[in-house]
Design a protein around this ligand. Sequence first.
Ligand SMILES: NC(=O)c1ccc[n+]([C@@H]2O[C@H](COP(=O)([O-])OP(=O)(O)OC[C@H]3O[C@@H](n4cnc5c(N)ncnc54)[C@H](OP(=O)(O)O)[C@@H]3O)[C@@H](O)[C@H]2O)c1
Length: 415
Amino acid sequence: MSRKQLTIGLFGFGCVGQGLYDVLRHTRGLQADIRKICVKHKDKKRSLPAEYFTFQADELLHDSEINVIVELIDDADAAYHIVKEALLRGKAVVSANKKMIAEHLPELLEIQQQTGLPFLYEAAACASIPVIRNLEEYYDNDLLTSIQGIVNGSTNYILTAMQEGTLSYDEALAKAQSLGFAESNPFLDVSGQDARNKLVLLAAHAFGTLISPEDVFFCGIDKISTADIAYAKEKGYSIRLVAQAIKQGEKLELWVLPQFLNSNHQLALVKDEYNGVLVEGVFSDKQFFSGKGAGSHPTASAVLSDISALSYGYRYEYKKTAQAGKPEYAQPEKLNLYVRFPANLDSADLPFEVVDEVYRSRSLCYVSGVADIKALIEEGWLNNPDVFIAQLPEPAPAQLLRDNLVLTEALAFES
Ligand SMILES: NC(=O)c1ccc[n+]([C@@H]2O[C@H](COP(=O)([O-])OP(=O)(O)OC[C@H]3O[C@@H](n4cnc5c(N)ncnc54)[C@H](OP(=O)(O)O)[C@@H]3O)[C@@H](O)[C@H]2O)c1
Protein backbone atom coordinates (compact mmCIF):
# COMPACT_ATOMS: atom_id res chain seq x y z
CA MET A 1 0.00 0.00 0.00
CA SER A 2 1.43 3.39 -0.92
CA ARG A 3 1.64 5.82 1.95
CA LYS A 4 0.16 9.28 1.87
CA GLN A 5 2.34 12.38 2.02
CA LEU A 6 1.39 14.18 5.23
CA THR A 7 1.75 17.92 5.69
CA ILE A 8 1.31 18.71 9.35
CA GLY A 9 0.09 21.81 11.12
CA LEU A 10 1.25 21.41 14.73
CA PHE A 11 -0.45 23.12 17.67
CA GLY A 12 1.73 23.32 20.79
CA PHE A 13 5.49 23.16 21.21
CA GLY A 14 5.75 22.23 24.88
CA CYS A 15 6.79 18.93 26.42
CA VAL A 16 4.99 16.69 23.89
CA GLY A 17 5.17 19.05 20.87
CA GLN A 18 8.94 19.34 21.13
CA GLY A 19 9.16 15.60 21.73
CA LEU A 20 7.23 15.02 18.51
CA TYR A 21 9.58 17.30 16.58
CA ASP A 22 12.58 15.22 17.82
CA VAL A 23 10.91 11.87 17.23
CA LEU A 24 9.86 12.83 13.68
CA ARG A 25 13.43 13.91 12.85
CA HIS A 26 14.66 10.43 13.78
CA THR A 27 11.97 8.54 11.87
CA ARG A 28 12.75 7.21 8.43
CA GLY A 29 10.21 5.94 5.92
CA LEU A 30 7.41 8.28 6.94
CA GLN A 31 6.62 11.12 4.57
CA ALA A 32 5.49 13.67 7.12
CA ASP A 33 6.66 17.27 7.39
CA ILE A 34 5.71 19.90 9.91
CA ARG A 35 4.75 22.96 7.89
CA LYS A 36 4.10 25.39 10.75
CA ILE A 37 3.74 25.37 14.55
CA CYS A 38 1.11 27.42 16.34
CA VAL A 39 1.96 28.41 19.94
CA LYS A 40 0.56 30.91 22.44
CA HIS A 41 3.19 33.10 24.09
CA LYS A 42 5.00 35.56 21.82
CA ASP A 43 7.86 36.29 24.21
CA LYS A 44 8.85 32.69 24.95
CA LYS A 45 12.34 31.53 23.90
CA ARG A 46 12.14 28.76 21.27
CA SER A 47 14.60 26.06 20.26
CA LEU A 48 13.76 26.60 16.56
CA PRO A 49 13.98 29.75 14.38
CA ALA A 50 11.04 32.19 14.56
CA GLU A 51 9.85 31.40 11.00
CA TYR A 52 8.64 27.95 12.17
CA PHE A 53 6.06 29.57 14.45
CA THR A 54 2.79 31.41 14.25
CA PHE A 55 0.37 32.68 16.89
CA GLN A 56 -2.63 32.57 14.55
CA ALA A 57 -4.57 29.31 14.62
CA ASP A 58 -6.23 30.17 11.30
CA GLU A 59 -2.88 30.22 9.54
CA LEU A 60 -2.85 26.43 10.02
CA LEU A 61 -6.56 25.74 9.85
CA HIS A 62 -7.05 27.71 6.60
CA ASP A 63 -3.94 26.36 4.86
CA SER A 64 -5.25 24.00 2.18
CA GLU A 65 -1.87 22.25 1.85
CA ILE A 66 -1.97 21.13 5.47
CA ASN A 67 -3.80 17.79 5.54
CA VAL A 68 -3.11 16.82 9.16
CA ILE A 69 -3.55 18.85 12.33
CA VAL A 70 -1.65 17.57 15.36
CA GLU A 71 -3.09 19.19 18.49
CA LEU A 72 -0.73 19.14 21.51
CA ILE A 73 -1.76 22.11 23.62
CA ASP A 74 -2.59 22.29 27.32
CA ASP A 75 -5.85 24.24 26.98
CA ALA A 76 -8.81 21.86 26.61
CA ASP A 77 -11.31 24.52 25.50
CA ALA A 78 -9.06 25.94 22.79
CA ALA A 79 -8.17 22.37 21.75
CA TYR A 80 -11.86 21.54 21.27
CA HIS A 81 -12.34 24.44 18.86
CA ILE A 82 -9.15 23.62 16.95
CA VAL A 83 -9.99 19.92 16.57
CA LYS A 84 -13.60 20.54 15.56
CA GLU A 85 -12.68 23.25 13.06
CA ALA A 86 -9.89 21.12 11.59
CA LEU A 87 -12.19 18.13 11.02
CA LEU A 88 -14.92 20.32 9.55
CA ARG A 89 -12.30 21.84 7.22
CA GLY A 90 -11.42 18.38 5.89
CA LYS A 91 -8.20 17.71 7.80
CA ALA A 92 -7.29 14.51 9.65
CA VAL A 93 -6.54 15.16 13.32
CA VAL A 94 -4.27 13.68 15.99
CA SER A 95 -4.62 14.83 19.61
CA ALA A 96 -3.32 13.89 23.07
CA ASN A 97 -5.85 15.98 24.99
CA LYS A 98 -7.73 13.45 27.12
CA LYS A 99 -9.72 16.10 29.02
CA MET A 100 -11.05 17.63 25.83
CA ILE A 101 -11.77 14.28 24.17
CA ALA A 102 -13.50 12.76 27.21
CA GLU A 103 -15.70 15.86 27.58
CA HIS A 104 -16.71 15.99 23.90
CA LEU A 105 -16.49 12.39 22.68
CA PRO A 106 -20.12 11.93 21.50
CA GLU A 107 -19.96 15.11 19.39
CA LEU A 108 -16.48 14.32 18.04
CA LEU A 109 -17.69 10.86 17.12
CA GLU A 110 -20.59 12.34 15.19
CA ILE A 111 -18.29 14.75 13.33
CA GLN A 112 -16.03 11.84 12.36
CA GLN A 113 -19.06 9.97 11.01
CA GLN A 114 -20.29 13.05 9.12
CA THR A 115 -16.93 13.94 7.58
CA GLY A 116 -15.44 10.45 7.26
CA LEU A 117 -12.19 11.90 8.55
CA PRO A 118 -9.85 10.18 11.00
CA PHE A 119 -9.38 11.52 14.52
CA LEU A 120 -6.73 9.52 16.42
CA TYR A 121 -5.62 9.96 20.05
CA GLU A 122 -3.50 7.04 21.23
CA ALA A 123 -1.34 9.34 23.41
CA ALA A 124 -4.42 10.48 25.35
CA ALA A 125 -4.61 7.23 27.33
CA CYS A 126 -1.47 5.75 28.90
CA ALA A 127 0.87 7.76 26.63
CA SER A 128 3.31 5.26 25.08
CA ILE A 129 1.20 2.11 25.60
CA PRO A 130 -0.78 1.24 22.44
CA VAL A 131 -3.92 0.45 24.36
CA ILE A 132 -6.61 2.24 22.32
CA ARG A 133 -5.49 0.70 19.02
CA ASN A 134 -5.45 -2.74 20.66
CA LEU A 135 -8.94 -2.28 22.09
CA GLU A 136 -10.18 -1.10 18.69
CA GLU A 137 -8.59 -3.82 16.60
CA TYR A 138 -7.55 -6.85 18.61
CA TYR A 139 -10.37 -6.86 21.16
CA ASP A 140 -13.07 -5.86 18.68
CA ASN A 141 -15.44 -8.59 19.92
CA ASP A 142 -17.83 -8.46 22.85
CA LEU A 143 -15.91 -10.76 25.15
CA LEU A 144 -14.03 -8.28 27.31
CA THR A 145 -15.07 -8.31 30.95
CA SER A 146 -12.82 -5.74 32.61
CA ILE A 147 -10.07 -3.20 32.30
CA GLN A 148 -8.04 -2.20 35.31
CA GLY A 149 -5.15 0.19 35.04
CA ILE A 150 -2.65 2.66 36.34
CA VAL A 151 -3.27 5.32 33.74
CA ASN A 152 -1.66 8.43 35.25
CA GLY A 153 2.13 8.67 35.26
CA SER A 154 2.45 11.61 37.69
CA THR A 155 0.45 10.06 40.52
CA ASN A 156 2.27 6.76 40.08
CA TYR A 157 5.56 8.63 40.27
CA ILE A 158 4.43 10.40 43.48
CA LEU A 159 3.09 7.23 45.13
CA THR A 160 6.22 5.22 44.29
CA ALA A 161 8.50 7.94 45.68
CA MET A 162 6.42 8.29 48.86
CA GLN A 163 6.24 4.54 49.41
CA GLU A 164 9.95 4.07 48.85
CA GLY A 165 10.53 6.89 51.34
CA THR A 166 12.66 8.92 48.93
CA LEU A 167 10.43 12.03 48.65
CA SER A 168 7.52 13.73 50.42
CA TYR A 169 4.24 14.31 48.55
CA ASP A 170 5.13 17.94 47.73
CA GLU A 171 8.68 17.08 46.64
CA ALA A 172 7.48 14.21 44.43
CA LEU A 173 4.81 16.39 42.81
CA ALA A 174 7.37 19.15 42.11
CA LYS A 175 9.71 16.56 40.56
CA ALA A 176 6.90 15.08 38.41
CA GLN A 177 6.23 18.61 37.15
CA SER A 178 9.89 19.36 36.43
CA LEU A 179 10.25 16.07 34.51
CA GLY A 180 7.25 16.95 32.31
CA PHE A 181 5.01 14.13 33.60
CA ALA A 182 2.38 16.35 35.23
CA GLU A 183 -0.36 18.35 33.54
CA SER A 184 0.13 22.16 33.48
CA ASN A 185 -2.59 22.11 36.12
CA PRO A 186 -1.35 19.20 38.29
CA PHE A 187 -4.64 19.15 40.23
CA LEU A 188 -6.04 17.26 37.23
CA ASP A 189 -3.53 14.48 37.99
CA VAL A 190 -3.65 14.29 41.79
CA SER A 191 -7.43 14.74 42.07
CA GLY A 192 -7.98 11.67 39.87
CA GLN A 193 -9.71 13.66 37.11
CA ASP A 194 -7.08 12.85 34.51
CA ALA A 195 -7.38 9.11 35.24
CA ARG A 196 -11.18 9.43 35.08
CA ASN A 197 -10.97 11.13 31.65
CA LYS A 198 -8.72 8.35 30.34
CA LEU A 199 -11.06 5.69 31.75
CA VAL A 200 -13.93 7.27 29.78
CA LEU A 201 -11.87 6.88 26.58
CA LEU A 202 -10.90 3.29 27.38
CA ALA A 203 -14.53 2.38 28.16
CA ALA A 204 -15.70 3.79 24.81
CA HIS A 205 -13.23 1.64 22.88
CA ALA A 206 -13.39 -1.47 25.08
CA PHE A 207 -17.14 -1.70 25.63
CA GLY A 208 -18.74 0.84 23.25
CA THR A 209 -20.30 2.68 26.19
CA LEU A 210 -20.11 6.48 26.04
CA ILE A 211 -20.01 8.00 29.51
CA SER A 212 -19.82 11.59 30.65
CA PRO A 213 -16.73 12.04 32.88
CA GLU A 214 -18.87 13.85 35.51
CA ASP A 215 -20.83 10.65 36.13
CA VAL A 216 -17.80 8.58 37.08
CA PHE A 217 -17.10 7.94 40.78
CA PHE A 218 -13.52 8.98 41.51
CA CYS A 219 -11.12 10.01 44.27
CA GLY A 220 -7.51 11.03 43.86
CA ILE A 221 -4.38 11.02 45.97
CA ASP A 222 -4.43 14.72 46.90
CA LYS A 223 -5.44 13.92 50.50
CA ILE A 224 -2.97 11.08 51.10
CA SER A 225 -0.82 11.36 54.24
CA THR A 226 2.28 9.64 55.56
CA ALA A 227 -0.07 7.77 57.94
CA ASP A 228 -1.76 6.10 54.91
CA ILE A 229 1.64 5.15 53.52
CA ALA A 230 2.58 3.70 56.93
CA TYR A 231 -0.70 1.71 56.95
CA ALA A 232 0.17 0.27 53.52
CA LYS A 233 3.65 -0.72 54.74
CA GLU A 234 2.30 -2.28 57.91
CA LYS A 235 -0.18 -4.42 55.93
CA GLY A 236 2.31 -5.30 53.17
CA TYR A 237 0.38 -3.41 50.48
CA SER A 238 1.49 -1.18 47.61
CA ILE A 239 -0.65 1.86 46.96
CA ARG A 240 -1.54 2.89 43.40
CA LEU A 241 -4.19 5.08 41.75
CA VAL A 242 -6.29 2.58 39.79
CA ALA A 243 -8.97 3.19 37.16
CA GLN A 244 -11.33 0.37 36.41
CA ALA A 245 -14.24 -0.61 34.22
CA ILE A 246 -15.96 -3.87 35.06
CA LYS A 247 -18.79 -5.45 33.12
CA GLN A 248 -21.41 -6.90 35.48
CA GLY A 249 -24.08 -8.50 33.30
CA GLU A 250 -25.79 -5.64 31.41
CA LYS A 251 -24.01 -3.00 33.50
CA LEU A 252 -20.59 -1.39 33.18
CA GLU A 253 -19.24 -0.11 36.48
CA LEU A 254 -16.52 2.51 36.34
CA TRP A 255 -14.50 4.09 39.12
CA VAL A 256 -11.11 5.59 39.95
CA LEU A 257 -9.67 5.18 43.44
CA PRO A 258 -6.34 4.87 45.20
CA GLN A 259 -5.99 1.15 45.88
CA PHE A 260 -4.03 -0.90 48.34
CA LEU A 261 -2.74 -3.82 46.29
CA ASN A 262 -1.23 -7.08 47.41
CA SER A 263 2.47 -7.10 46.55
CA ASN A 264 2.02 -9.90 43.96
CA HIS A 265 -0.64 -7.92 42.01
CA GLN A 266 0.65 -7.04 38.54
CA LEU A 267 -0.22 -3.36 39.01
CA ALA A 268 1.82 -3.24 42.24
CA LEU A 269 4.91 -3.87 40.11
CA VAL A 270 4.24 -0.77 37.97
CA LYS A 271 6.50 1.97 39.33
CA ASP A 272 7.47 5.61 38.75
CA GLU A 273 5.93 7.23 35.66
CA TYR A 274 5.07 3.85 34.14
CA ASN A 275 1.47 2.87 33.44
CA GLY A 276 0.01 -0.62 33.36
CA VAL A 277 -3.26 -1.96 32.03
CA LEU A 278 -4.80 -5.35 32.80
CA VAL A 279 -7.37 -6.43 30.24
CA GLU A 280 -9.56 -9.41 31.03
CA GLY A 281 -11.74 -11.37 28.63
CA VAL A 282 -14.03 -14.38 28.87
CA PHE A 283 -11.65 -16.68 27.01
CA SER A 284 -8.34 -14.78 26.89
CA ASP A 285 -8.20 -14.42 30.70
CA LYS A 286 -5.80 -11.68 31.85
CA GLN A 287 -3.41 -9.78 29.60
CA PHE A 288 -1.09 -7.08 30.80
CA PHE A 289 0.33 -4.01 29.03
CA SER A 290 2.99 -1.79 30.55
CA GLY A 291 5.04 1.20 29.42
CA LYS A 292 5.85 4.82 30.10
CA GLY A 293 2.67 6.78 30.82
CA ALA A 294 4.09 10.29 30.59
CA GLY A 295 7.03 12.32 29.39
CA SER A 296 8.10 14.04 26.21
CA HIS A 297 9.46 11.27 23.97
CA PRO A 298 7.29 8.36 25.21
CA THR A 299 4.12 10.43 24.64
CA ALA A 300 5.43 11.70 21.30
CA SER A 301 6.04 8.11 20.20
CA ALA A 302 2.29 7.43 20.47
CA VAL A 303 1.55 10.62 18.50
CA LEU A 304 4.04 9.46 15.88
CA SER A 305 2.30 6.11 15.64
CA ASP A 306 -1.02 7.88 14.99
CA ILE A 307 0.59 10.05 12.30
CA SER A 308 2.06 6.93 10.73
CA ALA A 309 -1.37 5.22 10.85
CA LEU A 310 -2.87 8.21 9.00
CA SER A 311 -0.38 7.70 6.19
CA TYR A 312 -2.13 4.42 5.32
CA GLY A 313 -5.67 5.72 5.91
CA TYR A 314 -6.37 4.26 9.34
CA ARG A 315 -9.32 5.51 11.41
CA TYR A 316 -11.13 4.32 14.51
CA GLU A 317 -14.41 2.60 13.75
CA TYR A 318 -15.85 2.50 17.30
CA LYS A 319 -17.36 -0.85 16.32
CA LYS A 320 -18.67 -1.59 19.78
CA THR A 321 -20.73 1.60 20.02
CA ALA A 322 -22.95 0.16 17.28
CA GLN A 323 -23.21 -3.30 18.85
CA ALA A 324 -26.56 -4.40 20.23
CA GLY A 325 -26.68 -5.11 23.96
CA LYS A 326 -23.70 -2.99 24.93
CA PRO A 327 -23.52 -2.47 28.70
CA GLU A 328 -25.12 0.55 30.38
CA TYR A 329 -22.99 2.69 32.69
CA ALA A 330 -23.61 2.17 36.42
CA GLN A 331 -21.92 3.51 39.52
CA PRO A 332 -20.52 0.77 41.80
CA GLU A 333 -22.87 0.16 44.73
CA LYS A 334 -20.54 -1.27 47.35
CA LEU A 335 -16.76 -1.42 47.58
CA ASN A 336 -14.30 -2.77 50.09
CA LEU A 337 -12.75 0.46 51.40
CA TYR A 338 -10.30 1.96 53.86
CA VAL A 339 -11.45 5.39 55.05
CA ARG A 340 -9.08 7.50 57.16
CA PHE A 341 -11.01 10.10 59.15
CA PRO A 342 -10.10 12.86 61.63
CA ALA A 343 -10.17 12.12 65.41
CA ASN A 344 -13.15 14.43 66.01
CA LEU A 345 -15.42 12.21 63.87
CA ASP A 346 -17.22 9.05 64.88
CA SER A 347 -16.51 6.08 62.61
CA ALA A 348 -20.14 4.99 63.07
CA ASP A 349 -21.22 8.03 61.02
CA LEU A 350 -19.49 6.62 57.95
CA PRO A 351 -21.78 4.56 55.66
CA PHE A 352 -20.22 1.13 56.18
CA GLU A 353 -22.44 -1.93 55.77
CA VAL A 354 -19.78 -4.32 57.02
CA VAL A 355 -16.98 -3.20 59.31
CA ASP A 356 -13.84 -5.32 59.29
CA GLU A 357 -11.64 -3.07 61.39
CA VAL A 358 -11.85 0.21 63.29
CA TYR A 359 -8.62 1.76 64.47
CA ARG A 360 -8.07 4.88 66.56
CA SER A 361 -4.76 6.29 67.72
CA ARG A 362 -3.36 9.80 68.13
CA SER A 363 -1.84 9.73 64.65
CA LEU A 364 -4.34 7.64 62.69
CA CYS A 365 -8.06 6.81 62.73
CA TYR A 366 -9.48 4.54 60.07
CA VAL A 367 -12.28 2.15 59.37
CA SER A 368 -12.25 -0.63 56.80
CA GLY A 369 -14.99 -2.81 55.40
CA VAL A 370 -17.78 -2.68 52.82
CA ALA A 371 -19.00 0.87 52.19
CA ASP A 372 -22.11 2.14 50.43
CA ILE A 373 -20.83 4.33 47.59
CA LYS A 374 -24.04 6.30 46.99
CA ALA A 375 -24.23 7.30 50.66
CA LEU A 376 -20.52 8.15 50.71
CA ILE A 377 -21.09 10.60 47.85
CA GLU A 378 -24.44 12.01 48.98
CA GLU A 379 -23.31 12.57 52.57
CA GLY A 380 -20.38 14.66 51.28
CA TRP A 381 -17.55 12.45 52.61
CA LEU A 382 -15.59 12.85 49.39
CA ASN A 383 -15.44 16.62 49.91
CA ASN A 384 -14.12 16.44 53.47
CA PRO A 385 -10.48 17.60 53.25
CA ASP A 386 -9.47 15.34 56.16
CA VAL A 387 -10.98 12.14 54.81
CA PHE A 388 -8.88 9.87 52.59
CA ILE A 389 -10.52 6.97 50.77
CA ALA A 390 -8.81 3.98 49.19
CA GLN A 391 -9.96 0.59 47.97
CA LEU A 392 -8.79 -2.56 49.74
CA PRO A 393 -8.24 -5.95 48.12
CA GLU A 394 -11.20 -8.30 48.41
CA PRO A 395 -10.56 -10.64 51.35
CA ALA A 396 -9.22 -13.97 50.07
CA PRO A 397 -11.77 -16.84 50.27
CA ALA A 398 -9.57 -18.57 52.87
CA GLN A 399 -9.64 -15.43 55.03
CA LEU A 400 -13.45 -15.21 54.76
CA LEU A 401 -13.74 -18.88 55.68
CA ARG A 402 -11.47 -18.33 58.72
CA ASP A 403 -13.53 -15.29 59.79
CA ASN A 404 -16.75 -17.29 59.42
CA LEU A 405 -15.35 -20.15 61.47
CA VAL A 406 -14.26 -17.79 64.24
CA LEU A 407 -17.72 -16.18 64.18
CA THR A 408 -19.49 -19.57 64.25
CA GLU A 409 -17.29 -20.76 67.12
CA ALA A 410 -17.96 -17.53 69.03
CA LEU A 411 -21.73 -17.90 68.53
CA ALA A 412 -21.61 -21.56 69.63
CA PHE A 413 -19.66 -20.51 72.74
CA GLU A 414 -22.21 -17.75 73.54
CA SER A 415 -25.22 -20.06 73.22
N1 LIG B 1 3.31 15.75 29.22
C1 LIG B 1 2.90 14.49 29.15
O1 LIG B 1 3.56 13.57 29.64
C2 LIG B 1 1.61 14.16 28.45
C3 LIG B 1 1.25 12.81 28.32
C4 LIG B 1 0.06 12.49 27.64
C5 LIG B 1 -0.72 13.50 27.13
N2 LIG B 1 -0.35 14.81 27.30
C6 LIG B 1 -1.24 15.84 26.74
O2 LIG B 1 -0.54 16.50 25.70
C7 LIG B 1 -0.98 17.87 25.62
C8 LIG B 1 0.25 18.79 25.70
O3 LIG B 1 0.88 18.60 26.95
P1 LIG B 1 2.33 19.19 27.25
O4 LIG B 1 2.80 18.48 28.47
O5 LIG B 1 3.16 19.18 26.03
O6 LIG B 1 1.96 20.70 27.62
P2 LIG B 1 2.95 21.94 27.77
O7 LIG B 1 4.36 21.46 27.94
O8 LIG B 1 2.39 22.80 28.84
O9 LIG B 1 2.86 22.70 26.38
C9 LIG B 1 1.67 23.29 25.96
C10 LIG B 1 1.88 23.96 24.61
O10 LIG B 1 0.60 24.42 24.17
C11 LIG B 1 0.73 25.74 23.67
N3 LIG B 1 -0.58 26.39 23.77
C12 LIG B 1 -1.38 26.54 24.84
N4 LIG B 1 -2.55 27.16 24.48
C13 LIG B 1 -2.49 27.36 23.15
C14 LIG B 1 -3.34 27.93 22.18
N5 LIG B 1 -4.56 28.39 22.53
N6 LIG B 1 -2.94 27.98 20.89
C15 LIG B 1 -1.72 27.51 20.52
N7 LIG B 1 -0.85 26.96 21.39
C16 LIG B 1 -1.22 26.88 22.67
C17 LIG B 1 1.79 26.36 24.55
O11 LIG B 1 2.31 27.51 23.90
P3 LIG B 1 3.57 28.32 24.47
O12 LIG B 1 4.75 27.49 24.11
O13 LIG B 1 3.52 29.60 23.75
O14 LIG B 1 3.33 28.44 25.95
C18 LIG B 1 2.78 25.20 24.66
O15 LIG B 1 3.65 25.20 23.55
C19 LIG B 1 -1.98 18.06 26.75
O16 LIG B 1 -3.28 17.86 26.27
C20 LIG B 1 -1.64 16.93 27.72
O17 LIG B 1 -2.76 16.53 28.50
C21 LIG B 1 0.79 15.15 27.94
